[in-house]
Design a protein around this ligand. Structure first.
Ligand SMILES: CCCCC/C=C\C/C=C\C/C=C\C/C=C\CCCC(=O)SCCNC(=O)CCNC(=O)[C@H](O)C(C)(C)COP(=O)(O)O
Ligand SMILES: Nc1ncnc2c1ncn2[C@@H]1O[C@H](COP(=O)(O)O)[C@@H](OP(=O)(O)O)[C@H]1O
Length: 373
């Protein structure tokens, strides 16, 4: 990723990144679920066939895989989700103890909405709307009678409202400049500070990246190990580690049935209307019949062929799903490395080492047993 950034198409790849996209939100961020599902199905599916002598070996394999998986799942949880009730995950504790904080630097020095505030237009608008709602809900009555506070409250809500309206009209006019908030530079610092204090007062505690993100804040200022690099590394290491248990057996099974799988794949492409029209030509069929056969039957046939192929892979050859998942996580790891604007190299490296060291130890301990399989 760094080499692509330095010498290749890093900018183009960064443009494809969407923090709120389906792949990142549903697959990558829930990656340990998908990896657990596919990984365990493969572990179970490729156990030695049940026979008199194999039951002990089956039980031992399941026990070893479960022990490795349980250690990795606990490590995934404490590093990215949380250590205990009310205690954030390790990656956030490292961040906070190195000076990180949930910031609300909403406006920059010239009174424009800070481009780095949320990193994307959508998130910035969402955050501004949330801050406005919190200030509107709590701010007015709690600063009543304190003239200066009330003035700040007025200016903050007004500036955010202007920014939201300016963004709405700018979106229509496709203007380039970020929306201005019409506040003088001397007031910017006090408005940002007021917003920060109010959000920490009404939305707190904001001691984890998830809480800060949900409250429209900006998680900045400390050493923030990359959760994506950590997660993608751990998922790849788990899949590759367990692949050593059943990989040879699974690939041999797939190779033995290669023509059957290939036939299911080619069947998908043998359902086009032209093929069907030509096949109908051999029989004296009325035009209506030929249209039905050429336009209605192919999608139905294709859907049936797709279902047969999916069932064959999911039930008989789940290693195909595992390899597809592995390629996806490696590609996401590359994109995360390319997305240098989100993290420093050291933050990527700390996420990588946190995953690599633990998974390395777990699989190194079982290396002898894995080699004997
Ligand atoms: C142990 C039993 C063996 C048999 C299991 C059989 C089948 C497995 C089927 C299902 C799995 C069941 C249990 C497995 C254990 C855990 C499942 C994991 C569930 C999830 O992954 S849900 C994820 C919940 N977390 C979130 O949604 C928050 C997502 N965000 C993050 O985690 C972080 O943002 C990040 C790490 C993705 C990125 O970090 P930063 O961007 O903040 O740096
Ligand atoms: N491969 C990828 N695709 C999309 N977004 C990614 C990504 N890798 C990292 N990101 C985004 O970059 C930010 C930093 O990621 P990380 O800290 O895990 O390295 C995260 O934003 P959010 O955490 O605000 O969603 C994450 O969603």
């Amino acid at each position: 990723g760094y080499l692509i950034n330095a010498y290749g198409c890093g900018a183009a790849l960064q443009e494809t990144l969407n923090k709120d996209g389906l792949v990142n939100a549903v697959f990558v961020k829930k990656g340990w679920f998908w990896t657990s599902l596919v990984g365990w199905w493969c572990i179970i599916r490729y156990l030695p066939t049940p026979s008199a002598g194999a039951s002990g070996s089956r039980r031992r394999r399941m026990a070893h895989s479960f022990r490795r998986y349980a250690i990795l799942t606990v490590w995934w949880y404490v590093f990215t989700q949380g250590i205990w009730f009310g205690v954030g995950p390790i990656m956030d504790l490292v961040f906070v103890y190195t000076g990180g904080h949930c910031h609300y630097d909403v406006f920059d020095a010239v009174g424009h909405v800070n481009r780095d505030f949320q990193g994307s237009e959508t998130r910035t608008q969402r955050a501004l709307a949330l801050i406005r709602d919190v200030l509107t809900l709590h701010g007015g009555d709690h600063v009543h009678g304190q003239h200066q506070q009330h003035q700040l409250w007025d200016r903050s809500v007004g500036s955010i409202q202007n920014a939201l309206q300016a963004a709405a009209t700018a979106a229509a006019a496709a203007a380039a400049a970020p929306p201005a908030a019409n506040i003088t530079d001397s007031a910017v610092a006090s408005v940002n500070m007021f917003i920060h204090d109010q959000m920490h007062q009404w939305q707190g505690p904001l001691s984890t990246s998830a809480q800060c993100r949900r409250s429209g804040g900006h998680w900045a200022g400390g050493h923030d190990p990359s959760g994506h690099v950590f997660l993608a590394t751990m998922m790849c290491m788990f899949l590759l580690g367990e692949l050593r248990v059943f990989g040879r057996r699974a690939l041999a099974h797939l190779y033995a049935q290669k023509w059957h799988v290939l036939a299911l794949v080619t069947r998908l492409f043998d359902t086009g209307p032209l093929w069907t029209w030509r096949r109908c030509g051999a029989q004296d069929m009325r035009c209506g019949g030929r249209l039905w056969r050429a336009l209605v039957e192919p999608p139905v046939t294709c859907a049936r062929a797709l279902l047969r192929l999916a069932r064959c892979i999911a039930c008989d050859h789940p290693i195909v799903l595992l390899l597809a998942l592995l390629v996806t996580w490696l590609w996401q790891l590359l994109l995360t490395a390319v997305a240098s604007r989100f993290h420093t190299v050291r933050e990527h490296l700390s996420g990588l080492l946190a995953a690599y060291i633990v998974t390395g130890i777990v699989y190194a301990r079982d290396a002898a047993a894995l080699r004997s399989l």
